[in-house]
Ligand binder design. Sequence first.
Ligand SMILES: *Cc1c(COP(=O)(O)O)cnc(C)c1O
Length: 456
Amino acid sequence: MKDTQKKFILPENEIPTAWYNIVADMPTKPLPMINPKTHEPLTVEDMSTLFSREASRQELNTTDRYIPIPDAVRELYKSYRSTPLVRAYGLEKALGTTAHIYFKNESVSPIGSHKLNSALPQAYYCKEEGVTNITTETGAGQWGAALSYAARAFGLELAVYMVKISYEQKPYRRSIMQTFGAQVIASPSMSTRAGKDILTVNPNYQGSLGTAISEAVELAMQTPNCKYVLGSVLNHVSLHQTIIGLEAEKQMAMAGEYPDVVIGCFGGGSNFSGISFPFMRHVISGEKKTRFIAAEPTSCPKLTRGVFQYDYGDEAGYTPMMPMFTLGHNFSPANIHAGGLRYHGAGTIVSQLLKDGYMEGEDIPQLESFAAGRLFAQAEGIIPAPESCHAIASAIRRVKEATEAGREDVILFCLSGHGLIDMASYDQYLAGNLVNYELSEEEIKKTTDSLEKIIK
Ligand SMILES: *Cc1c(COP(=O)(O)O)cnc(C)c1O
């Protein structure tokens, strides 16, 4: 057997010192976020009533290509970055392919996913600006776990609204947050008006990310010295995640290769953006022809079947309106086991890039995604998060295409997290209790037809 290198790691002094802001390079800029009442574009002033001022500035920054990573954040990044770029020889062998498969392993972060990449800077900016308390929501619990550690690292008090079904199905994520010192509240709760309104109409409501966002936003607005932080969807979150792709670009060069296709699973878009945008800048500039694929669940298909329209980020309509591919803010996904992919809409940057043909969406049925994850686990020894399984399934589809065409494609995907705290979902899969779920046209129309037609 020839001597082949399995993984590529950057020395600390090669860890990127700035994030990449793709908006500065986009030929068509995303439409602005707007105030739902006046339809006026949001200003930094407006945004920073809810978010930290620096996050608000980054959110609306359309001119600076690179934004420096604060030293205090870089220091904390060093405890787990660079994350390894790994050649998936085991998976290649299992699939019997001549394609080259690489994955960027974000599961090695202390909390097990890419989410910490944005939790750290967001907590840091709040601290710098004199904020003492922060609130957020979490679906499956990864974001809450990441932010709990980040809040602790910078001495902030954190309250997390956790979607009720996950609170019950994923008790260990709750324990992780509590171990770091966060307060965790099952959502919908009686502690906010948004929660009360929903519970009085439907006492058995299992919760959704949209409702949990409404509750966290309400608490932040009513508590002095308290800001709200969000773990996906927004531009500044995608910005922070570009550390993934910036590292991967250097690591692919160490491997002496360049990807033909880059893949990420897709919830609100942050890990997909993170792995893709640094490579996409060479497509925008005309130097490269790379394919970018965002893999979403068939049961929450905002990219492949949603509408492009202004919509709210939350169920109660407290947030500004964003131009996005959306299933409607009242969309409530079926009980799927990739909690992190249940959000109703896509971030504004990704939505514009999809509209302009720079990337593709692909929907993956639940059973195909778990089968891919299991194959990957057996071949590479890492149990992937149910979310990440979608990226693996999409990569396997690309491998099959390449093998059939006799091509040696280079395929890169983001392993956004490990699944060691998601074994209940694997149990369900192994027991044969999971089914595929495809939405009917009527179901999609129900929540998209009622959207105000701001984009004609
Ligand atoms: C949250 C999460 C996702 C989905 O969120 P994005 O913002 O789309 O990246 C995917 N994978 C894992 C492991 C997650 O925790």
